[in-house]
Design a protein around this ligand. Sequence first.
Ligand code: PLP
Length: 376
Amino acid sequence: MEFRDLKKQYEVLKTQIDDEITKVIQASNFISGKQVRELEEQLAEYVGCSHCITCANGTDALSLVLMAWNIGENDAVFIPDFTFFATGEVVSFANATPIFVDVEQDTYNIDPIKLEEAILQTIKEGSFTPKAIISVDLFGQPANYPELERIAAKYNLYLLEDGAQGFGGRIGTKKACSFGNAATTSFFPAKPLGCYGDGGAIFTNNDELAVLLRSLSIHGKGSFKYDNVRIGMNSRLDTMQAAILLPKFKAFKEYELSDINKAADYYTSSLGNYVTIPVIKDNYYSSWAQYTIQLNDAEERDGLQQVLRENGIPSMIYYPKPMHQQTAFSNLTFDENALHTTTILCTRVLALPIHPYMVKDEQEIVIQKILNYLKK
Ligand SMILES: *Cc1c(COP(=O)(O)O)cnc(C)c1O
């Protein structure tokens, strides 16, 4: 059994993907080929934003936005304590200071009440200037944007949506990657919409920001490539990846997103009475980057993972460590007590295999092993 079955997806989409790859090689337009612009137009339309700027990966996407906003030394950026390392890494990489904020135990996303407390505390201490919030759509569910947008406006902060796991999710009819002042996503192969290598994108409705981001992603270019007006990066999505994403995005819209939701619903209805299942809030829709359950403690969780492993069922611990416990951040100070929920979650979470091509029989095996382990 695969955790996320990319080979099965390829079998289904093989003809279209192979054709697209061949076209790129025949045209030999490997950088900035027409497929890149075509993909950007399709992505922007789907998300409902006026601009999509693709780039080399989801981490660069975040860095480019922080660069465009001139975030640096003595600035504070608020991020969830429970996320993939990149969300905090880009803040330190920009020479700013990440302030870790606890998450909600049921949705895994940043807790707006704790966020406001952290902002007030930072203002009171006065060492750093609050500049931005990076919220994460963890495991596929959008964060609480109505509240986050209110808080960002109240304290005059930029809001950046890290939608690396959230692409395809929505609140009502408003899609993930359309919230805040800008949003980013990742096309890392195992993300909801993945390519065959690294890739990323930025979304915004701000025309000036879009122009600046495009320049920053191509060596700070001005009117042409060899007119360089600012210090930027070399961060582009190559044509091959864009070409691979075109048929994959079509499948994503046509059936993959709804099929993975059916798989999630099946886990939820079968496991809901026995373990803590992920909570999707009313009016929210998840793209199910992960299906993450919670056990009672580390012993029970690790025991289950062992049993699943013995039965050939892959599972993952996202994430084994809170951001505030990462060695790379050991120079930072924080209030451990204010990050209690994340610390607990890291001992209890377990992500189960899920993908749009997973059949009920496979899910049934996972479910039976879990129920059997819990003696239900
Ligand atoms: C994957 C991920 C990233 C980074 O994306 P890459 O394309 O791997 O650089 C950033 N934030 C979150 C929440 C992620 O899951």
